[in-house]
Design a protein around this ligand. Structure first.
Ligand code: GRG
Length: 289
């Protein structure tokens, strides 16, 4: 990662800490929120928000509340995804899952509160009001029933179903993973007041990166060790999940991940100063966690 991207991560961490340290009594749910938010996430999504803001000529610091809101939603989705009624995973980011470190009810509330606080953060951005309103609309749509939640709904519906057509797997991944990654890029463009052309290019990038990202996630689930990954492995097969890996095999999934990464890189040609983001995008393809 370049120094600029390290600076983004540090600034996102500071912003998250500010929001998650506001006086609160009782504070058990807030402690659970902090626990999950600082458990070692890679911060891919907020980095994208800040970098797209910079690429569109904005002051990336003004986009920090958007970036923090995005990471709050990412953290909430992982807390809820690990709950016994969902994936029932004990380990996340190398540590006990939130419901194991606290308890199920606290984890449920911590996820809910992170989702709520995400919109508090977005609303506090010191940007033109029309940009904030647009961000709220794009963000909410990306993570609701037409987006991330819809993807989770499809994922659950597919459990135990064999022979799922690849088209259905793509649809699930578009919603479950690409929707939030795309919104992360778009919120950066919106914060900076980017052009329609930049908006469309960021959307293409986010979509392709999202599909590549989920493919790599599925490949790691099938090939990595739990120690390296910081979460249980082999869970897709165990839970009867249909992924490109279970449907088409590792080699085909690797080819597809490389293909979508190339597509994402092509979309970046709309941004002359996107060398660092291109390198970061490539590094996500070869990541090991
Ligand atoms: C709201 C219950 C509920 C679920 C939301 C998206 C989702 C549905 C749950 C998350 C589980 C999951 C596997 C999502 C796919 C996206 C993905 C690969 C998440 C992991 O993202 P990373 O690798 O994680 O960026 P870190 O820990 O680095 O933030």
């Amino acid at each position: 990662m370049t120094n600029q991207f390290d600076e983004y991560v540090a600034a996102v961490d500071r912003t998250l800490r500010d929001f998650l340290s506001r006086p609160c009594d009782p504070d058990r749910v807030q402690r659970a929120m902090r626990y999950a938010a600082f458990a070692g996430g890679k911060r891919v999504r907020p980095v994208l928000t800040l970098e797209f803001s910079r690429l569109c000529g904005g002051d990336w610091r003004l986009a920090l509340p958007f970036a923090a809101g995005i990471e709050m939603v990412q953290t909430y989705s992982l807390i809820h995804d690990d709950l016994p009624c969902m994936d029932d995973a004990d380990l996340r980011r190398g540590k006990p899952a939130c419901h194991k470190a606290f308890d199920e009810a606290t984890a449920l509330l911590a996820g809910d509160a992170l989702l709520t606080m995400a919109f508090e953060a977005v609303a506090e951005a010191k940007l033109l009001p029309e940009r904030t309103v647009k961000a709220v609309s794009v963000f909410a749509r990306a993570i609701g029933v037409q987006g991330m939640i819809g993807g989770q709904e499809l994922d659950l519906a597919h459990e135990g179903v064999s022979g799922l057509p690849p088209e259905e797997i793509r649809k699930t991944n578009e919603k479950k993973t690409a929707a939030l990654l795309t919104a992360s890029c778009l919120l950066g463009v919106i914060a900076a007041g980017g052009s329609d052309a930049q908006y469309n290019a960021a959307r293409s990038y986010g979509y392709s990166l999202g599909l590549a990202f989920q493919l790599v996630d599925d490949i790691l689930d099938a090939t990595a060790t739990a120690e390296a990954l910081g979460k249980p492995v082999g869970s897709d097969r165990e839970n009867g999940k249909s992924t490109y890996v279970t449907a088409l095999g590792i080699e085909k999934a690797r080819e597809m991940a490389a293909h979508y990464t190339e597509q994402a890189l092509e979309a970046l040609s709309a941004f002359p100063d996107s060398g660092a983001l291109s390198a970061y995008t490539r590094s996500l393809l070869s990541r090991n966690k």
